[in-house]
Design a protein. Structure first.
Length: 396
């Protein structure tokens, strides 16, 4: 090493086994997306359909409340679990939506649903345990669930990506601590129905399992069946304002669960966060007060754009769409092209400058698919469909 230079290499320094568990899988699937974002920022003609961030503004009343609280000096420490006002607002919203009688003590306010899933998994499982989740799933699930040292077990899906509940029982062992799912699902848009939930509930009661329901997209669906009201002692519900209110960057989310669980979660967030910004919590209270209007807005927005994308991709040779029940994503089956989802993603971007996401990032069940996000302006959707058609007709 030259004199005066610091050696920034780790060499033989040791790291925790945690660093391997949180590295995640499918990171290469995001490389095209990152390249597209950089190209867009340079002013190049690219269309990004690879991330779910709708081109809607946060409701004005929410922004106004945040500004008001900032100008009032609301920039100091807050309780680790969130202010009582925001937890009461979340509890009231959860009660109305699910029918579960919920109070502030059942709520921990967190930095988005991703953070909530991490906290929940750390509190209910550890080394030697197993957590079951349905494939396909959001790409960060495996690392988030395995950060505790538990092993994630992928449960298969059946026709049109519905959970194969018949196969679920065979995956439950003496090490299983929880079953985790998202409803509506990302990327498939599937909403678990009452029959599927009944099977899950029966297994949970039989084997004394926790149940974690990620309902981030529930506001985009309207009515979403659930188990929280029937099994409040074992259901942990995750939610956020990111998608329903176009507040992805605000990082406002939560978990709802039994009091013993939320007490442990509060202890964990004391170590992690030590409270979140008060002005955003006050804005979140306002957001929850306008939830019916905000959710109606995003549902209408997605309905129109989903229909446009289905129509725009209809009849394109060698590909077919899987129309979602809800959400802002659609899976496109590209197996007829002879390309993997990853190859299709790369070739489409190289040829037409349209960024989509390789379905394999979500699991084995979607390896021959790509995920497209239709939560963008109609003009971009129209051009994207034209470019995908041109790619499939001329380049394959």
């Amino acid at each position: 090493m030259q004199p005066g230079r610091l050696d920034t290499q780790a060499h033989d320094m040791k790291f925790s086994p945690l660093v391997k568990r949180i590295s995640g899988e499918g990171a290469d699937a995001w490389l095209t997306h990152y390249a597209a974002v950089e190209a867009r920022d340079r002013g190049e003609d690219v269309i990004i359909l690879s991330v779910g961030d709708p081109d809607l503004e946060t409701p004005p009343a929410v922004v106004a409340k945040a500004i008001e609280r900032l100008q009032a000096g609301d920039t100091h420490y807050c309780p680790a679990a969130g202010r009582r006002a925001v937890r009461e607002a979340i509890a009231a919203s959860h009660t109305r939506r699910t029918g579960q009688n919920t109070v502030a003590e059942n709520v921990v306010y967190l930095s988005g649903a991703q953070n909530a899933l991490f906290v929940a998994s750390m509190c209910i499982a550890g080394p030697g345990d197993e957590i079951i989740s349905f494939d396909p799933m959001y790409p960060t699930y495996p690392a988030t669930l395995e950060a505790s040292g538990a092993r994630m077990v992928r449960a298969p899906t059946s026709n049109q990506f519905r959970p194969d509940v018949a196969a679920l029982a065979s995956l439950v062992t003496g090490r299983t601590r929880a079953i985790v799912w998202a409803t509506p699902n990302n990327p498939s848009g599937v909403i678990l129905n009452e029959s599927e939930l009944a099977t899950i509930a029966s297994l949970a009661a039989q084997h004394d399992l926790w149940l974690i329901s990620d309902e981030v997209y529930a506001g985009l669906a309207g009515n979403v069946p659930g188990l929280a009201a029937r099994m409040p002692e074992r259901v942990i519900t995750l939610g956020s304002l990111s998608k329903s209110h176009a507040m992805t960057g605000w990082r406002a989310g939560w978990l709802v669960g039994p009091r013993e669980l939320t007490a442990h979660a509060e202890s964990l967030v004391m170590c992690m966060l030590f409270g979140l910004p008060g002005f955003i919590q006050e804005a979140a209270v306002t957001a929850l007060s306008v939830a019916p209007e905000a959710e109606r807005r995003i549902r209408d927005y997605c309905d129109v754009r989903r229909a446009q994308m289905v129509a725009g991709l209809a009849g394109i040779p060698r590909i077919s769409t899987v129309v979602p029940e809800a959400g802002m994503f659609m899976l496109v089956d590209v197996r007829g092209t002879g390309l993997s989802g990853y190859e299709f993603m790369q070739a489409l971007y190289k040829s037409q400058r349209v960024s989509v996401l390789d379905g394999a990032a979500f699991g084995r069940e979607t390896a021959g698919f790509v995920r497209v996000c239709f939560a963008t302006d109609p003009g971009s959707l129209e051009r994207a469909c034209e470019r995908i058609r041109r790619f499939c007709e001329r380049s394959l």
